[in-house]
Design a protein around this ligand. Structure first.
Ligand code: B4P
Length: 195
């Protein structure tokens, strides 16, 4: 089983590259951002609670996202592997994920981190905000708050996986195809034959 974390700041291309990786390697995509937006779209109690945090550019509480991921892992018992996109975003989430995977007798294989300069992130997110209907992309203060939240709470997750020799940086600037090529180089070695 191959379990990949696609890591990086908001706007670094995690969602964009996940779509390509799923197609090529047949992994199940688990995006906490997508799961939370679906809860918001369905106006569930969880979604209403999450929206308050997301609209301010803040992370949603750990217990909410950990619960969501746990049930998604349980509902895909025959998966060839998972790609975690936007999760874990705190060290507590990383520790919880490690425990959930250990219960399934598996573990994170690698963390690939997309490296993109801050001003490029802001440009990409505001640009997406012109058409995405995402309130967290529409306002520069909120976009910058998300990046601050990343530095404060998410960047330490890199150290958690670096301790186990599982953390790799990948250049996240260039065309989507170029970056996918760099990610594929790492994954071909790890996954072997694409699905
Ligand atoms: P996410 O949905 O994870 O969104 P994101 O960080 O903005 O990254 P995303 O994957 O969408 O963007 P991408 O870089 O692909 O999170 C949203 C919010 O949900 C968080 O702020 C938080 O509140 C909450 N949340 C989610 N997970 C959580 C968790 N685990 N714990 C707590 N809270 C959580 O793309 C960005 C733009 O760049 C796109 O327009 C794309 O087209 C463009 N782009 C991509 N690659 C490009 C390239 N190479 N060149 C030019 N543009 C490119």
């Amino acid at each position: 089983m191959v379990n990949l974390i696609l890591f990086g700041p908001p706007g670094s291309g995690k969602g964009t590259q996940s779509a390509n990786i799923i197609d090529k390697y047949g992994l199940i995509h688990l995006s906490t951002g997508d799961l939370l937006r679906s809860e918001i779209g369905n106006k569930t109690p969880l979604g209403m609670e999450a929206q308050k945090f997301m609209d301010q550019g803040l992370l949603v509480p750990d217990e909410v996202v950990i619960g969501m991921i746990s049930s998604k892992l349980d509902s895909n018992p025959d998966a060839r592997g998972f790609i975690f996109d936007g999760f874990p975003r705190t060290t507590a989430q990383a520790e919880a994920l490690d425990k959930l995977l250990a219960l399934k007798k598996t573990a994170i294989s690698v963390v690939l981190s997309l490296e993109v300069p801050e001003e490029e992130l802001v440009k990409r997110l505001l640009n997406r905000g012109l058409t995405s209907n995402r309130s967290d992309d529409a306002n520069e203060d909120v976009v910058r708050a998300r990046i601050v939240e990343y530095h404060n709470k998410t960047a330490p997750v890199a150290d958690h996986y670096a301790k186990f020799g599982k953390f790799k940086k990948v250049k996240g600037e260039g065309t989507v195809e170029e970056i996918f090529g760099l990610l594929s180089n790492e994954l071909d070695t790890l996954v072997g034959q694409p699905a």
